[in-house]
Write a protein that binds this ligand. Sequence first.
Ligand SMILES: Cc1ncc(COP(=O)(O)O)c(C=O)c1O
Length: 371
Amino acid sequence: MSASWESLANDHILGIAPYEPGKPIEELERELGISDVIKLASNENPLAPSDRVMKAMQAALTHVNRYPDGSGYYLRKAIARRHGLTSDHVILGNGSNDLIELMVRAFLRPGEEAVIPHPSFVVYPMIVQAVGGIRVVVTLKDQRLDLEAMARAITPMTKMVFIANPNNPTATIVTADEVEHFMARVPDKVIVVFDEAYVEFAQGPDFPDSLAYLKQGRKVASLRTFSKAASLAGLRVGYGVADPDCISLLNRIRQPFNVNSVAQAAALAALEDDSHVVECLRMIEAGRAFLSDEFTGMKLKFAPSRANFILVDVGRSASEVFHWLLKEGVIVRPMTSFGMESALRVTIGTPEENRRFVKALKKVLAGAKSA
Ligand SMILES: Cc1ncc(COP(=O)(O)O)c(C=O)c1O
């Protein structure tokens, strides 16, 4: 009998649950026999990239016969300038997912611990497990990262701590004061990874400046992305900011052409186009207020959002509500796999999409009550 593929696999990966991507919208529309499905499931930006970014992408397309600039020279320089740093503090990634993976692969040795909040971004435990690291999972408190408990979870075996700020799926933040208190308790040899994929949506005087810790010489890395506020999720481009010695180690294991040339051109143009982000933030803030009011009116509990999505408790099986909403042509994300049986995560869309979602939710919940 021939050996199974599983028996040949790296032991660390056998316990990892496979990621289940959703169906393409077109396929869903075909199955449901409808044509105007809206997707509020992946925390994407409903706005298309700006004209300026479109033009930059078109210009870059002419040169796709060539490999991209493997150093990301211009984009790194522009990012560094924006943060008042030098290019050697910056690394580009194929989305910020790529950078999470590089951080873990570069620093977490088999048997070392990574402190991970739960529920939070699913990629942290997956990558930690893939390299044979130990996941030390700390449950959220009142839908927010419990930094006190996370600090207590640090042991001599801890190498890394993940702080998703704002956190996905709760959309809540930890404040500057809380982070300051936490950082005072983190030993020098523990790396704190600030995952700030939604940072643009969270800005306010209470939001921590994670780069200040880098400037103080602390062992931190801040990860950001062009997938959310910049509307470039499909291109896959993010970046990390850290000490040049850290960046240089990450570069040793980075695929040389991890960020394609169209993505680099688009991200560079997006960085020079603040008006798109401003427009998007205005829309998200209005959508957040609209949905919050509607949830309050419907007596549904929700976590106060500082991101472009909201976690709402629909008071009954989220996976049932998800399926009923699907029939209404609205895709959201049930949080059942996180052990949150009655929670849905809904991405804030355009005003029209938000209204459609609310209308469908009201219909579905009314139907559920009378059933
Ligand atoms: C908390 C968090 N971090 C990182 C990412 C990764 O984003 P990307 O790889 O598109 O940059 C996401 C994506 O949804 C996220 O929710």
